[in-house]
Structures are given as C-alpha cells and as structure tokens.
Design a protein around this ligand. Structure first.
Ligand code: PLP
Length: 393
C-alpha cells in the first residue's frame, strides 16, 4: 500500500505504548494511577458550559467565518491587551482547533522546504513532527537542569544558520514547568530580531504560574511583536481541552496567510465552542484562580514526596502542571525482576509493577527523566508516592 513519504516519516509517539497498556490494565480492573495526562482533571466551569448550551438552543449552529466570529476575536484581542500588554487588531487573530492546530497552521505558513526551526529540548512532543509535516527541518537544542531547562541567548546564537527561519519558545513549559523571566525572553528575542527570525511563542500555560510572572515576548518591544506568532488557547486555563479552541495572534500579513490555510483545510472551529470560549474570556476568573491554587498545593505535595525517594531529583517548577525529575540515580538498578537501563524501561516498570503511568523523558527529547502530571487528585498523588516508595525500597 502506498503511503506518502510524509506519512512514513511521522514517528509513533513514545507515549502511545504506555497509554495503551495503562488502558488495558484499567479495563482488566486494575487501579492504575494516571500521571501521564496533559489535561486538567477539573470540569469546565459552569458558566462556560451554559454558554455552550445557550448557543445550541439559540441555533447558533452554522458555519462561521473561517478565522472565527468577530466577537471572539475581539475578546481575544482585548485579553492580550489587558493581560499581556500587547495590542492586536481583531483581524490579526485566527481562532483554530486548539493551540495545536494554531501551531500547525503557523508552521505551514512560515516554512518552505528545508527551512529550519529551532526547538529547545525538552520539548512538547508535537513541535518537531509539525515542523516536518510543514516541510521544515527541526533543529533540536538541548537545555540542561543547570539553566532550569531554559534556552540561553548564547545557545541560540550558536545554532542560527542561513536556513534558520524560526524558534519555538514555550513558557510555562511542557514538560519541565520552566518559566522564562522577562530578561531571558528579551535576550532571546534580541538574537531573533538581529537574525530576522520568527518567534513562535507557545503561551498555553500562561495562567498556571506559581512563581514568577508570565511575559509575552510580543509585548516587550514593537519590533518583537512584528516577528512573533503568539499561540494561546482556553484548554489549560479554563479546563476546556475537549472544546478545541485556541488561536494565533500575529502581524496582519501572516494572520491572513494562516486564515487562508485554515479556510481551505478545516474552515472554522465549531460555532458552539466559539461561544463557550467567548464566555470564558469575558467572564469571571475565580475558577481559574481556584484551580491554580489547587495545582500549586499538588505541585508541592508531589515535589516534596519525589525528592524523599532514593535516586530521584525533582526541581520545583514555576508553572504548568508537570514536574520533570531526574531518575539517573535509579537507572541501572534491578527493579521488578529486571535491570532498568533507561527512562523508557523505568516507565514500563512503574506501570507493570506499581500501576503508575508516567511519560519517559525520551518522548520529549530528554532521556534520563520522567514527567509526572499533577492534574490529578491529591489522593492519587499520595497513593502514587506510596507505591513508588515501596517499589524503590
Ligand atoms: C505546550 C503545549 N502547547 C500546545 C498544546 C495544545 O493544546 P490545545 O490544542 O488543547 O490548545 C499543548 C497541549 O498539551 C501543550 O502542552
């Protein structure tokens, strides 16, 4: 059967094997604690759900303009003005099927064959694959625990070449939880501006910050705004992963190109979810604050618990809902009747022997680490820590 080179080049996700096995075990009645999820465990706040229901009842169920309804794009522009201090006109916003789709459209609009996109590792799993699907070439730059898993301006300068087109900056970061400071972002943006690169800033976890502040590169200087594609969405902050609403904000010529690509590929996101997102962005933020405070407590519980375990070192991240801990001190040990050589094998042992699902660092381009999500109940976190303690004892 013929498959395109593009389809053949897509790497199967390292997480799929773990996820399928976890589901199998659950189906067999096992109590698997899932710390691998990348989504809030809270329900969507009630007033947002009501806006979705009202949209259906009012027959708001037809095609909308491909880039989204004007009201929602205006609300997104107002949000960026108020929260981030950066001005966009409503027609510089394109509403897409989640931040993920907004990112995909962006790479389709900025990459020519062979163009390079710099991606700091550890990275969110989809960036390199999306760049490749768009015909570009991902250039992975490893960051280390010493810099808090943050790309430095010197590292960036050193990898820029004649074919470099863009760099991806994700703060707060998935999988590390790292939050870049204003100074760090300014230094990176200065390098990009000198080299004439696009900055794709993935700000999905903006509202989940426990230490430090969220800074949008586009807000720092007018010339940065002209080189930035700001990606955001409602999935993480408002517990709306299934509604599939995200967006890009970018200078008008690029926004037009992104809208044109989307208009031919998928048209607009569903009309009902657009109304729900409008309610989310214009409504009260108490639910967001309450969820953030709960995540903070869970983060502290998990970080403290993990750091008490032999062979595990877990920095306290400033944002998102993940911890990314080094398991170098566990590798090479005999666990559950087998020698655990790497993080992928350790993740398998955790699932088979302790019924805990986590994602190995290898999935994010960072072997020797595990990502634990704390978007799950404190009871489950405590139980997972107790199981880990027994396994590692
Ligand atoms: C860093 C990052 N960016 C973007 C997304 C996409 O989220 P969505 O498509 O739900 O908006 C995710 C989701 O896991 C993410 O972790």
């Amino acid at each position: 059967m013929h498959l395109s080179a593009r389809a053949r080049a897509i790497r199967p996700s390292v997480t799929i094997a773990i996820d399928s096995r976890a589901k199998e075990l659950r189906a067999a009645g096992e109590h698997v604690i899932n710390l691998s999820a990348g989504e809030p465990d809270f329900p969507t706040p009630d007033f947002i759900k009501q806006a979705g229901i009202a949209a259906i009842e009012q027959d708001f169920t037809r095609y909308t303009p491909a880039a989204g309804i004007r009201e929602l794009r205006e609300a997104i522009a107002a949000k960026h003005e108020a929260d981030n201090g950066v001005h966009y006109d409503w027609d510089e916003i394109v509403v897409s099927g989640g931040g993920k789709h907004a990112l995909f459209n962006t790479f389709m609009a900025i990459c020519d064959p062979g163009d390079q996109v710099i991606i700091p590792a550890p990275y969110w799993v989809s960036y390199p694959e999306m760049v490749q699907l768009a015909g570009g070439e991902p250039v992975i730059v490893e960051t280390t625990e010493e810099t808090g898993f943050k790309l430095t301006a010197d590292q960036l300068r050193a990898v820029i070449g004649p074919r470099t087109r863009a760099v991806v900056i994700n703060s707060p970061n998935n999988p590390t939880g790292a939050v870049y400071s204003r100074e760090e972002l300014d230094a990176l943006a200065g390098v990009c501006a000198d080299a004439g690169l696009w900055m794709v800033t993935d700000e999905l976890y903006e509202h989940l910050i426990y230490e430090g502040e969220h800074v949008s590169i586009a807000a720092l200087r007018p010339e940065y705004r002209e080189r930035t594609v700001l990606i955001n969405g409602v999935s993480k902050a408002f517990a709306m992963t299934g509604w599939r609403i995200g967006w890009s904000a970018s200078p008008r010529p690029l926004a037009k190109a992104i809208a044109a690509i989307q208009s031919q590929a998928t048209s607009a996101v569903n009309s009902i979810a657009q109304k729900a997102a409008l309610a989310a962005l214009t409504g009260p933020r108490d639910a967001v604050t309450a969820m953030r405070e709960e995540y903070r407590r869970r983060r502290d519980l998990l970080v403290e618990g993990l750091n008490r375990l032999p062979g595990i070192r877990c920095p306290r991240p400033g944002g998102a809902f993940y911890v990314f801990c080094s398991v170098a001190g566990v590798l090479g040990r005999q666990l559950g009747g087998r020698r655990v050589e790497d993080d992928v094998a350790l993740a398998e042992v955790l699932l088979e022997e302790a019924r805990i699902a986590v994602v190995p660092g290898t999935a994010f381009g960072a072997p020797g680490y595990l990502r634990f999500s704390y978007a799950t109940s404190p009871d489950d976190l405590r139980e997972a820590l107790a199981r880990l303690e027994r396994l590692l004892a």
